[in-house]
Design a protein around this ligand. Structure first.
Ligand code: AMP
Ligand code: GLY
Length: 427
């Protein structure tokens, strides 16, 4: 198969790495890719939201399968666009259409969906500028802390949690006043869930599904989960507190009703569902759906899959995912993200990275990298994700950090405490 993978982050490098391991993968294109994906296939200078450009590329290069990494092309309807082209009826597309993508692109849509199909989630109400006064009254009626969420995609910045009602009202006004443009024209005010977070990933052909290994993500920039939110500073899989009893509840109370709901809504969903969950006293509550894999969670989930990912993707179109085995290895994967100094604020680009050649053991996934004069340079906030695999969290972490310590560039930063909370829980 000739495969076109869309995206340019660490998630996409991990996908490229896994797709390449399949004997079914004849040719791999990555648009736009990064310096890491360039060593696994051919990077193509196309934006992942340039739908006409992507369609032409697919035709010219006889591409058989498109794998969509990030949410933006899905939310903008890449599946619908490609499916509308009669010349592309052969094409395999991994990722939902625009309607299904609303599970991520509209928090109001996903909340109504969860309520309708009885998927456990925090209670919430949606407000607009016209109903600001009701929103303020609702804040007065809620226990603190208060959670505010912009309805639309806000690059991970659309959730505010505040212990103070006056602050919540102020933030509500600011958001509805256009803080995130269209994305915050509607704002959800939500009950705070007190628990431990875990991410669960599902691959589905619309009827059959596979629950992939779960993962824990470290979102804050600072050690001990402090400071600003980032795209993710590290991840671990598996997560011990997501034991069999909990995962059984996730399957029956969350995954099955979600898929049944999609069918009831006539949404043909072929791709990933990433379910952000809170474990509240042993019960799963959905915080959010994403319609793609997580980054950096993919960098710990895919290394634990033994099966053929291309075969699994190829089964989605005709609904035969049940015939594909994606066995999971019983080992722990950890990833530590190395970021540019200043991230998640402003940071320099183009700094040469040294030490990459000397890394042995862990897998180095590139995120924000580029090639300049035959040298790998930084090209984003999150630059590399170093994945270790071992028989324990400690073994995997030792591998990840050995890799981290071998690589450097000016003002590089990483968290030194990835996985420490899970180690402490194990006692
Ligand atoms: P999201 O952008 O939806 O992933 O939310 C960002 C983060 O806010 C989540 O990862 C949670 O840590 C936190 N969060 C979101 N909703 C809630 C909630 N209802 N209760 C507690 N924490 C939440
Ligand atoms: N790591 C969180 C995300 O991909 O949304």
């Amino acid at each position: 198969m000739k495969i076109l993978l869309l995206g340019s982050g660490g998630r996409e490098h991990a996908f490229a790495w896994k797709l390449r391991q399949s004997s079914l993968c004849e040719q791999l294109y990555i648009a736009p890719g990064n310096a890491g994906t360039a060593s696994l296939g051919e990077n193509v200078a196309l934006k992942d939201t340039d739908f006409p450009g992507i369609a032409s590329f697919i035709k010219e290069n006889k591409v058989d399968m498109v794998v969509v990494g990030p949410e933006a092309p899905l939310a903008a309807g890449i599946r619908d666009f490609l499916e509308a082209d009669a010349e592309l009826s052969h094409l395999h597309i991994v990722g939902p259409g625009k309607t299904g993508a609303q599970l991520e692109s509209s928090k109001d849509f996903s909340k109504q969906f969860m309520l309708q199909y009885e998927v456990p989630t925090a209670t919430a109400k949606t407000f607009t500028e016209e109903t600001l006064a009701e929103g303020e009254a609702f804040i007065d009626s809620m226990p603190t802390p208060i959670v505010l969420k912009a309805d639309g995609l806000a690059a991970g910045k659309g959730v505010i949690i505040t212990p103070d009602r006056a602050d919540a009202k102020e933030q509500l006004r600011t958001m509805l006043g256009g803080q995130f443009g269209e994305a915050s024209k509607k704002v959800l005010i939500e009950q705070f869930l007190d628990g431990i977070e875990v991410s669960v990933f599902v691959l589905t052909d619309g009827e059959n599904y596979v629950i992939l290994p779960e993962a824990k993500d470290y979102k804050r920039i600072g050690e001990g989960d402090t400071g600003l939110n980032t795209g993710g500073m590290g991840a671990v899989s598996p997560v011990a507190f997501a034991d069999d009893v909990f995962m059984e509840k996730v399957e029956t109370k969350v995954v099955q009703p979600t898929l049944a709901g999609l069918q009831m809504e006539d949404i043909s969903y072929k791709g990933f569902i990433f379910i952000g969950l809170m474990n509240v006293g042993g019960e799963p509550y959905v915080i959010e759906y994403n319609v793609r894999m997580g980054d950096p969670e993919t960098q710990v989930v895919l290394p634990r899959l033994k099966g053929d990912l291309v075969a699994a993707f190829a089964s989605l179109k005709d609904g035969t995912l049940h015939s594909v085995d994606l066995d999971v290895v019983d080992q722990t994967a950890t990833t530590v993200v190395m970021v540019s100094g200043g991230y998640p604020g402003s940071y320099p680009k183009g700094l040469p990275i040294s030490g990459l050649e000397g890394v042995e053991g862990p897998t180095v996934f590139h995120a924000g990298t580029a090639e300049k004069d035959d040298h790998v340079v930084t090209n984003g906030g999150r630059v590399l994700a170093i994945t270790g695999l071992g028989n324990s969290i400690q073994e995997a972490l030792d591998q990840s950090y050995a890799g981290v310590n071998a690589i450097s560039w000016e003002e590089m930063y990483h968290r030194k405490d990835i996985g420490q909370d899970l180690l402490a829980r194990k006692g």
